[in-house]
Design a protein around this ligand. Sequence first.
Ligand code: NAD
Length: 409
Amino acid sequence: MSGTSLTRRRFIELGRHTAAVTLAAAAAPASVFAQVGRQETARGRPMPDDVSLPSTPPRSKRPDSVGYAIVGLGNYALNQMMPRFSQSARSHMAALVSGNPEKLRRVGDAYGVPADARYSYEQYDRIGTDRRIDAVYIVLPTGLHADYTVRAFAAGKHVLCEKPMALSSADCERMIAAGRRANRRLMIAYRVHFEPHNIEAMALMRRRAAGNIRFVRTEQLSRTDPSSTPAENWRLDKALAGGGPLEDYGIYGLQAALYLTNEMPESITAVTFRPANDPRFAQVFASVASQLRFPSGAIGQLMTSYDSSGANLVHVRGDTGALIMDPATGYKGHNMRLEGRERRDFSLGDPTVQFAGQLDNFSDAIRDGSTIRTPGEMGLRDIRLMEAIYAAAETGRAVRLSPDGRMLR
Ligand code: NAD
């Protein structure tokens, strides 16, 4: 193994296991999507469809339980994360932040969040004086993550921020710096790192259960409703979503390629596609495909789309076997198969433990000072790689990378 690949492996380890990665002071290249031309603000939205609220509020937790303010009451917060707080040993919902007063009232009543711990977006900065809140969980559209994170740190709170971390590496660096200044912790909500199949897949690849990895092929594909427009769907609005499917869904394929090869790519080529005259793709890409070359010789092929029939595949092919995860990174229903010298179908228990698992990891880090498995530095690393993917697509040329994911000029 070359010195360079050692360094790249080291960076992966650092990104995964510690928040102590040193950020060089040099300014990161601006994201092609950072120039949005308008300042986004948080605003209330209607209650999502099919939300099922608890009929009795959750029981209170142990005295050292971490109190979270949930910022943004959308689909993912209401349908996935909030119901899972009851499964976390050391986390509870202490406050809610929303721009829709009626939703705030209904959700607050259902989860037993006191009326004076329900904040509008205009009142957000007041959380600093609310001692019931230890941490905020930011589950807003991506274009708002950086601002709400920096303000939470200014208010003295810890931050669990949804993926993707932000829309530019400059914003990610701003978030990390704000956390350091405030001496508060920052975690990116990459739940897959707490999901049993993906954890086992990492272990299998580390012990070369498919031999030396030659290819990692990932497909994170979905089809956005043809009647959608950027005005009513923030995922199609560049100011809130960046380039679109890569940040939102393709990020899982990118992550998998890194945590399964356990390497950082040394160069990237890519193509993007945006059809003409389709209002869904007036601002974001329909599809992004990229090819990553790793120092070991492994090649990653990553496909993501908002305009394709659905897939959530991770396929690793080594020189003696293969690992197939299909679906790979969803909320539940995982399938995983190892082929080659070792043959096995995996059924590893309930994938939904991933939601409470990430809460436990962050709450333990806050209370005990323990390691965050998915720190801000990992979020920054991924946004740098996305910037490289867009730069490669824009120029039509391979982009070479330093071990920390920065583009080499
Ligand atoms: P959503 O549209 O259902 O909810 C977003 C919420 O943000 C809205 O309900 C609203 O309350 C609030 N909001 C504030 N300002 C807004 C604005 N200007 N425009 C639109 N909404 C605004 O979206 P979601 O699917 O819940 O996604 C929210 C975040 O969670 C995103 O960062 C997304 O990437 C992340 N997410 C993560 C996962 C995961 O598996 N980790 C899954 C889905 C979403």
